[in-house]
Design a protein around this ligand. Structure first.
Ligand SMILES: NC(=O)c1ccc[n+]([C@@H]2O[C@H](COP(=O)([O-])OP(=O)(O)OC[C@H]3O[C@@H](n4cnc5c(N)ncnc54)[C@H](O)[C@@H]3O)[C@@H](O)[C@H]2O)c1
Length: 331
């Protein structure tokens, strides 16, 4: 029973691969990654890594046959919201074109388990206290649209070809299970604040007049190691045949943390407590986006265990490894 992990050399993929191959689990896996953003050194030496695209039908056919693949975790995608706004056709081609080719290959190979990396971006900006999986989806950028349309495609292919499918909607992912696994991109708030501090600049807050307790945006942060464990739980359910048809699940802590609170924790962890500067709100920023974590607990038996401080501490260790310190800092 081998799992194909597309995008397995990426930030989240490397954590998922490690969780699946860790002592105690030892699920056989093969990683397919085009290395456009992936780093094979993140992976354990014994994991086979095939360099190539999940859009390459012939390669998919060969990999599935050679490794006797019985399940797929599909993480490979483009994920930058701003880039998706600037290059929508590229995002649709990359995220949906690849998914269509992959699902075709999965059906042809007779694979019956499929797990798709979705995102809270499918919801857009709903005005609710807790976002449940039944909250209407209304993405506000092409990235979120590709994830929502991707879910539709996954479910339709699942129905047509008898594939059991799980779509995991990740909320705000942060942290690292080990410094060398940290996210090296600067696209999310935690690395963005680290980047400001490293440049000797104050962190920025976009708007402190939102309708939230301290006026700053509230988000649901999830440790990437918890997220990886959610994949493991979902893969286990799929392997046991416990998912009939399709399952769509939020992956978050179910707790909101404001930008001001997060920056305070980052200040404590980094030792750089400089006051943030408040700038104008950014158009399209939802005041609050917090998951209901109830369905994940019920259906996957999974719950996040790691707190925000642990996310920030682990992310900071990774940042120091990859980006170094400012001159003059004490070690
Ligand atoms: N990081 C987040 O906060 C977040 C939040 C929600 C959802 N997601 C989703 O999780 C998934 C993984 O994200 P990540 O943060 O690890 O990103 P990442 O860029 O670190 O990883 C993506 C990996 O996929 C590979 N890849 C891209 N296109 C490919 C293709 N056509 N064929 C083979 N490999 C390809 C890249 O080389 C990279 O290793 C993505 O689907 C993303 O949309 C991420």
């Amino acid at each position: 029973m081998t799992w194909l992990i597309t995008g397995g050399a990426g930030y989240i993929g490397a954590h998922v691969t490690r969780a699946m191959t860790d002592a105690g689990e030892r699920v056989p896996v093969v990683v397919l990654d085009d290395l456009s953003a992936g780093v094979p050194a993140r992976l354990p030496a014994e994991v086979p890594v095939v360099q190539g695209s999940a859009r390459d039908a012939a390669l998919l056919k060969r990999v599935c046959a050679e490794h006797a693949v019985t399940g797929v975790v599909h993480l490979a995608a483009r994920k930058q919201v701003a880039e998706s706004v600037a290059r929508p056709t590229y995002y649709y081609e990359e995220n949906l074109g690849t998914l269509a080719t992959l699902l075709e290959a999965v059906a042809e190979a007779g694979i019956t388990r499929f797990l798709f990396s979705s995102s809270a971006a499918v919801y857009g900006n709903p005005d609710v206290e807790l976002i449940t999986e039944d909250t209407p989806c209304a993405p506000v950028n092409p990235y979120g649209e590709t994830k929502l349309a991707g879910e539709w495609l996954v479910r339709a292919a699942g129905r047509a070809h008898g594939i059991s499918t799980v779509c995991l909607r990740y909320f705000n992912v942060a942290g690292a299970a080990a410094p060398e696994l940290a996210d090296t991109g600067v696209f999310n708030i935690v690395p963005m604040v680290f980047d400001r501090l490293t440049r000797d600049e104050a962190p920025r807050i976009f708007g402190d007049d939102h309708p939230t307790p301290d006026g700053t945006c509230v988000r649901d942060y999830i440790h990437v190691a918890d997220l990886a464990e959610a994949h493991l739980a979902a893969a286990r359910r799929l392997s046991e045949g416990a998912v009939r048809g399709d399952l769509t699940v939020n992956i978050g802590r179910g707790e909101g943390v404001s930008v001001r609170e997060l920056i305070k924790v980052i200040g404590e962890v980094s030792g750089d407590r400089r006051a943030p500067v408040v700038e104008a709100r950014r158009p399209g920023d939802a005041p609050r986006a917090v998951a209901s974590a109830a369905r994940a607990a019920e259906t996957l038996g999974w719950r996040a265990r790691r707190e925000v401080r642990e996310m920030v501490e682990s992310a900071w260790r990774g940042w120091l490894l990859h980006h170094g310190r400012r001159s003059g800092d004490r070690p």
